[in-house]
Design a protein around this ligand. Sequence first.
Ligand code: ATP
Ligand code: MG
Length: 452
Amino acid sequence: MIKKLIKRVFGAAPQIRTEGNCHIIPFEEHGVGRNGISSAARRVTDGLQAAGYSAFVVGGAVRDLLLGRHPKDFDVATDATPEEVRRVFRRSRIIGRRFRLVHVIFGEETVETSTFRRMVDAEDAQTDEHGRLLRDNEFGDQEQDAARRDFTANALFYDPATQEIFDYHDGYADIRAKILRMIGDPATRYREDPVRMLRAVRLSAKLGLKLDAATAAPIASMKNLLDNVPQARLLDEMLKMLLSGHAVECIKKLRAMNLHHGLLPMLDVILEQPQGEHFVLLALKNTDQRVREDKPVSPAFLFAALLWHEVIAAWKARQEAGVRPVPALHEAMDEVLDRQREQLAIPHRHDAVMKEIWLMQPRFEQRGGQRPLRMLTLQRFRAAYDFLVLRCESGEADGELAAWWEEFQDASEARRAEMLLPDSSPKKPRRRRRKKPAADAAQPVQAELPIA
Ligand code: ATP
Ligand code: MG
């Protein structure tokens, strides 16, 4: 439309031109206007350019704008060194030791500003014994900075001043054709950084791009390289997937490419049990929906959901071995968390919330006496209740239970009193007139689960 309009008013539209190895794509071709860029990112590029440097919006933001999506954040790449960037912006700080970046702050927004970098030459590159790059923080020029990026779609530079896109790897054409393609030789690039395999899955699922055949091909035989990646990075990438708003597609793709092994709670095992699979997929669907509606999502809730069927299995096994339900649940939780930590280090800080959510599940069954009222006062009640709803939806728990709690939490005092079931908890011994114990005192004792 815009192109046609401009053609009518001004005659022929400016064409894509080529300078060296770079295609320069004018606004009239790509249609991304500077007002698509956040004001903070524009102030960064304007400020750097006014100081005589070159500066571009780069990476995911340009890609997202071309795909008609709202970018999560705007990163800037420049030929100014971190110290030079620092000098241009009063409110900025240098961060990172390995890759030194500058955070430039405007009000609420922080713009990550990085100096052009190059891939280190094979002979000076520090790699581990599997070819994984340990260092790639040499400064470089714009072209080198494009080449060190992962996918062609992620290697576009946008200049808000001229509204031109600088493209060294045909990323623009790939985006238009909805293809995600690795820059350079895919096998080499996965060896340098195996996380790129996961990024391929996540970005293709999230952006609706087809993974180019040559980009996808080496993954099957290279997936074991993920074993050498530091746990913190794997977890980071896993969380990005789970919180991308497209977790269901990501997990399905991971599974289709056989990449899920060893990453999450034996996702392979869980997904093979019909009820476990149904539950995990429901939890992910629910998370996707929340992310898309901009509602908060807690990683602890998600991990609790992913591991729940593992906990159930371990809990059952303990009880069958004669351990009483409450201690059996505690032991099962610890066992599952320990086992999981060998594969993917879920930070300890999530443990408490995960355990609270799990421990509250059997307590939902107890609907007599004061216990339900006490449940409502617990800080994690809402999360635990949401978890119960998922359990009911997946068929693991009776739907009537979630319906009861849904009504109970908002009911009047009078209605709550009606709803409470007869108390079956152990009673304090009453003064008895008869010598023989009363029949009701012989009822089975139902252990109350401790508040986590
Ligand atoms: P998202 O929308 O999830 O933020 P993104 O592509 O912006 O996606 P980031 O992790 O924010 O991902 O990375 C910013 C840019 O840095 C990417 O667009 C890409 O150009 C480059 N990049 C990130 N990770 C890698 C990697 N492992 N190898 C090479 N380049 C990478
Ligand atoms: Mg990004």
